[in-house]
Design a protein around this ligand. Structure first.
Ligand code: BGC
Ligand code: NOJ
Length: 810
């Protein structure tokens, strides 16, 4: 069942049924101020850090679901309703929610009164703007009471939801006409406050939640709304809120527009107060002045749309499949930008108070956004590298505010360092900026330890070689990509961390997956050295890589597929010898992407095994058979019931690795068949099963062993975004940025006879037309650039604004 439709022209998803299977959200904000917004106007705002500067409250796993947010209440005589349906849930006569790029428009109609909320965060300002348009479509004079409502968070979201003995006494506000200032803790160490204003005089207001909702009240039936007026309350402690009330008298056909702004304002410490306890409002006034009129509102929105159009124009595809086009041109690229902004911090599944930035997560996210914002990618690489430890190991996470490695979780996730090579190589291939390798970058955030980025890559590479196990395969440490395969952890007590219990230097547990990574990214490292003229060092690197490749085929090959790991007792994980967990997806994908066994037949065998043992209607499961009991020697992977998460869920993140592997083997039909299985646009028709948004990927889909097979979870913040974008554009469409040009080598379904791509690469827009007259899946006969034959490529970097490229497959 569908709950809406794609409007590709406007780059929007239009939700038509408000009762979606789960809240379907959007992200507003692209710089420092962000808002998560659901299709019924639930959500929250924060400045920079979802934990430390939370502006409004949000209660996860609450009942009723998704009741905190940016709701507008309408009282039309005895009918109380919201344009987004929630929280009152009065059935609406008509409803749409348009989620666009960085903005959303929610529109509800009840008894011929229409209320529309347009919401966005403008470029470069710390404010959530809303324009409310109320239209009286009846033929009588209408008196309508309209209310806004937000509930402030007392800044540190963790403390806000736990330290009640203090927090119930600290809340403070000021009110100035239609402007409500939330200034809790400003009296002491904060030099920031929030402001919630309207560009129209209020008829009443509230800043105390008790006054607006009633002490025992509920968002479904707020006391003030029922009464038709707020209590003009001033909050003293308890729960500070912001509510505006407007009494509207509207002629038939009349429309009223009201602008609301929720801003974050900083004040220099020495200018905090203008009188005892009276905050300095100058910067707030300046912000409000910028967004007070309709013209200003429209201009800000137009600027935002232009920003997104420009970003997305860098890669535009026209194939005969509109779902592919809309994913590549709009939604998948958009999701890549959201993962750039959020990492894994704030979504409807990530509370914003948990993880900081993941080392491996951030490196992989970069693969999906480097072509859109190369300068920010550069900055990100240097930030990540600066947290690297001296021995080449990595802090598994770092904090976005301090940009320092997080010592609570520490290091020892032995795949981490190699991802730094992956993202740096992708950056250089995209930009040709070899200079980044000479940048001086701290180790362990200590300037005294700074060394060129190239040295960081060297230590990443050597880290694997310095940490080999008894089979000469890389030691896994705390875990590799699969955070839940905890081979050295042995956690027996509830509440212990699976990942950091037990020694990080596990004695013998080894990972074939990291071995595959070493071959793939170690070869890239060798290529970088070679390109820099460091021939001898490059040769040594290739030697180590080739040796690892042989070791994989010797110790990491099970006969029909690649083994996953050796555990702390030297026993195989992911082998036919095992009673459960016989075959895992990760080493099949990574080893074949690295080229291991491609010429000697193992790769094909492994892909056949994947098809036979791991493939399902909704994608490839992580391993098989599922663990039916908890295994002390394996850890968290065996803690979910079969079918969920790392215990045989469909991890959308590594499905693209298998798709890549299929493209390497030249199987365009199979690659595309797999692409479609997890691609949200292809699942739109079964939204009642899939449940998460049909416009973005989720991390995990319940696998075949789960009672809820096909149900998605953890949408938005996942490395899936970057990997699916990369596999579609580089693997299937075959447009591959390389050091000295653009390689073009598609691997497509044989039925595709032609497609076109506009690709911005090093300041030139390449207009690429690929023709496939013989119906092949892979293979290039010739390439012409501006009419000139160039063999099979790569297409060179040219000094022009545009170039025409014709590619003939066959
Ligand atoms: C999840 C993993 C995640 C890890 C992060 C686990 O519970 O299943 O997907 O990577 O937590 O800490
Ligand atoms: C989510 C984590 O963010 C990522 O780092 C990890 O690789 C996957 N889960 C798989 O465990």
């Amino acid at each position: 069942m569908k709950f809406g439709h794609f409007d590709d022209l406007n780059k929007e998803y239009v939700i038509e049924k408000y009762e979606t299977p789960l809240p379907w959200i959007n992200y507003l904000g692209s710089d420092d101020f962000f808002t998560l917004l659901s299709n019924t106007a639930g959500g929250y705002s924060f400045y920079k850090d979802a934990r430390l500067r939370r502006i409004t409250r949000y209660r996860y796993n609450n009942l009723p679901l998704d009741q905190d947010g940016f709701h507008i209440y309408v009282k039309d005589q005895d009918t109380i309703w919201n344009p987004g349906w929630q929280p009152v849930q009065t059935p609406l006569d008509d409803y749409t929610c348009r989620h666009g790029l960085g903005y959303s428009i929610i529109r509800g109609v009840k008894n011929k009164v229409e209320v529309q909320q347009e919401l966005y965060v403008p470029k470069n300002d710390n404010i959530l703007l809303q324009r409310i348009t109320v239209t009286n479509n009846t033929d009588i004079l209408k008196e309508i009471d309209l209310f806004s409502f937000v509930e402030f968070c007392l800044w540190d979201a963790m403390d806000d939801s736990s330290n009640f003995q203090r927090n119930y006494s600290t809340g403070e506000v000021e009110v100035e006409g239609s402007v409500i200032y939330h200034k809790t803790e400003y009296r002491e160490r904060r030099n920031h406050y929030a402001v919630f204003y309207a560009n129209r005089p209020v008829d009443s207001f509230d800043t105390s939640r008790d006054s607006f909702m009633g002490v025992y009240g509920s968002p479904r039936s707020p006391k003030a709304v029922v009464n038709g007026r707020c209590g003009n309350s001033i909050a003293h402690g308890w729960q500070p809120v912001g509510a505006h009330h407007f009494h509207l008298v509207m002629k038939p056909g009349e429309s009223v527009k009201i602008i609301l702004g929720l801003g974050y304002v900083e004040v220099p410490v020495e200018e905090k107060f203008i009188a005892p306890s009276v905050i300095n409002k100058k910067n707030a006034h300046a912000l409000m002045d910028k967004y007070y009129t309709d013209e200003q509102f429209d201009a800000g929105l137009a600027q935002l749309k232009k920003f997104w159009d420009n970003l997305l124009a860098g890669f535009e595809v026209r194939t005969e499949n509109e779902k592919v086009n809309r994913m590549v041109n709009i939604w998948n690229a958009y999701q890549c930008m959201v993962t750039f902004n959020m990492s894994r911090s704030a979504s409807y599944y990530e509370s914003g108070i948990g993880r900081g930035m993941g080392f491996r997560d951030s490196c992989q996210d970069l693969l999906g956004f480097v072509h859109m914002i190369p300068e920010r990618a550069r900055e990100r690489i240097l930030d990540i590298a600066a947290t690297q430890k001296e021995d080449g190991g990595a802090y598994h996470q770092y904090q976005p505010l301090t940009k320092k490695g997080n010592s609570d979780i520490g290091g020892g996730f032995n795949d981490d360092p190699l991802w730094l090579i992956a993202c740096t190589d992708a950056y250089i291939r995209e930009t040709g900026d070899w200079g980044i390798l000479d940048e001086m970058v701290d180790f362990d955030n200590k300037p005294a330890l700074a060394a060129p980025l190239m040295e960081h890559l060297r230590r990443s590479f050597n880290y694997t070689l310095n940490n080999l196990g008894p089979n000469k395969l890389p030691l896994i440490g705390r875990a590799d990509w699969n955070d839940c395969l905890n081979l050295n952890c042995f956690s027996e007590h509830p509440g212990e961390s699976f990942q950091i219990t037990g020694p990080s230097e596990g004695p013998v547990a080894e990972s074939v997956f990291i071995a595959g990574m070493f071959v793939k990214y170690g070869r890239e490292y060798g290529n970088i050295l070679k390109h820099q003229g460091k021939t001898e060092e490059a040769e040594k690197a290739y030697e180590a890589v080739n040796k690892m490749s042989e070791t994989i085929l010797d110790k990491g090959w099970d006969g029909e597929w690649f083994i996953r790991a050796y555990d702390a007792f030297g026993k195989k994980v992911g082998s036919a010898e095992c009673d459960e967990g016989q075959i895992f997806i990760e080493p099949q994908g990574m080893c074949i992407m690295a080229g291991v066994g491609v010429k000697t037949g193992e790769a094909q065998k492994a892909l056949d095994s994947v098809k036979e043992r791991l493939d399902t209607r909704f994608g490839i499961v992580l391993q098989n058979p599922a663990y039916t009991t908890y295994r002390l020697n394996l850890g968290e992977t065996s803690s979910s019931p079969p079918g969920y998460k790392e215990n045989v869920g469909i991890f959308c993140h590594n499905n693209p690795w298998i798709i890549f592997a299929e493209t390497i083997m030249g199987h365009g039909d199979r690659a595309f068949e797999l692409y479609k299985k997890t691609c949200p646009a292809f699942l739109e028709e079964i939204s009642e099963i899939h449940r998460t948004e049909p416009y973005v990927y989720c991390q995990m889909v319940a696998g075949k062993d789960a009672p809820t097979f096909g149900e998605g979870k953890n949408s938005w913040l996942t490395g899936t975004a970057a990997w699916t974008f990369t596999v579609l554009t580089e693997g299937i469409l075959g447009i591959q940025p390389d050091y000295d040009g653009l390689r073009i080598d598609p691997c497509i379904p044989h039925t595709v006879s032609e497609f076109k791509v506009n690709r911005l690469f090093r300041n030139t827009v390449y207009h690429i037309t690929v023709k496939n007259p013989d119906g092949v899946e892979k293979g290039i006969r010739s390439i012409r650039v501006n009419g000139q034959e160039i063999g099979t490529g790569p297409v060179p970097v040219i000094n022009a604004r545009e170039a025409e490229v014709e590619v003939l497959m066959g």
